[in-house]
Design a protein around this ligand. Sequence first.
Ligand SMILES: Cc1ncc(COP(=O)(O)O)c(C=O)c1O
Length: 513
Amino acid sequence: MPDLAVAWRSPERQRTGPAGNRSPHSKRPSGATRAKSGEPLSTEDWISRAWNPAQLRRLGRAFSDLAVAELCRGGGPVLAPDFLKRTRSLLRSARGGAERAPGWLRELCAASLHQSHPRAMAQQICAPVPLAALAESVVAALNQSIAVWEMSPAATLVDREVMGRFKKLLGYPDSAEGSLTPGGSFANLTALQAARAALAPEAWESGATGKVAILAGVQTHYSVARAAGIMGMGTACVFPLPLDAAFRTDAAAIPAVVRRARRAGYRRFILVATSGSTPCGSFDDLEAFARAAAALRRQRGTRVWLHVDAAHGGGMAFSPHLRRLLRGIEQADSIAFDPHKMMFMPLTAGAVLVRAGVRLRGAFEQNAPYLFSPVRREIPDVGPFTLACSQRFEALKVWLVWQAYGPRFFAALTEAVCAAADAAHDYCSRSRILEPVHRPQANIFCFRLRGKSSDGRHWAIKEALNASGQGYLSSTVLDGGRCFRMVAMNPRSRRQDVIAVLRSVERLAAERA
Ligand SMILES: Cc1ncc(COP(=O)(O)O)c(C=O)c1O
């Protein structure tokens, strides 16, 4: 690997060096040299090195072997206990050309958190569907940007096809509009921007906040309050709604909280319900939220928008058994939904949908004649209603897997991860050391040590488990105390994996008694 300080030759040296009188942009020699003559490489040399089909095929096979090993990982530690040392050593010692890259990547894979390990159960990052992961290099190779049709003629069609399927899945009409996003946070921000534009259209140009209040459960993902900050609404406009005994947002509290917001001068309201809360995977009663929104709309001079953050739980819609958790979602004005969570897509793949498509198309207003079409085309530019300009072709992997395996595949995967959380709940209900904090509604389950135990002890045991490589969990604060948090995101996690991780927690707790 050439040292950049050496590789870069000053313009003065370029003029007087072998490239002599050439323009600084043409065939500039660099610091790397041909092995035999010691001559610096020309641009042609660099190109024939980096675009060498025979070498690329070799590298491609080596990379895909590494990827398949990672995607189908079954044993070994979830995280190698010496990962830090190995990563630092790799960063210090990686030398040589592209032929060495598979070796570097092999070492980096060995030192990484193995997200596809059946005992990795910490966060809402999935074990990706292998077919989708393998398609990623094709997405990168095509490098289509979805913002503008002429940059992605075929890809935009695939993107719109996927969006059409999402609309149907979630019960939205054809007139709804949406886009894929880099995740749930972007989807929430986009939806809230559409909401604010609908409730306070003056805000876009004048910058006035529009005095719009957001009512959201206390477990709402932080990206909602962050969006309020970003949009200049101020995080003080977020009014928390309490939880019921099952850690769902208590929709019955909406009228009282609206009254409080009115006393603070708010007349326009965004209600945010969550389908699959981040801490414990609880699903709000969307029909109750829709009724509360309808009741508010009947009050004179009150404007209301209902947003459902289904970033986590949207994928439950595929399952005939689980889709009851989303009953009423079709009544929401907007939905955030992450295929990179319960559709098991590799990062990133999020989506935002707005039921009245014109509301999303009206959420942003920009004139960009260098990009957007001045005439109405059969296939629209997506960029006018998305935050991002350059947009990755995330729809390809979603479409590919859907096409190859069909929608029942997603149903089977979501049911499998929910069964893993149920297995954990069963075990903890009978354990003498652990106890459930709640009954899981989906694939996230929180549990704690029985009896009196400090937050610090829970944290230390979780850290010790993760350092041991025997399992990988997270933790959160629920019901006033720190607890362990298991997020089953790998459909290959079996009951025995769940029990093995829980037994490791019990052992560590006994050692620290
Ligand atoms: C309910 C919910 N909404 C939004 C998000 C944010 O999604 P992302 O991480 O894709 O930005 C998360 C992520 O954990 C989530 O659980």
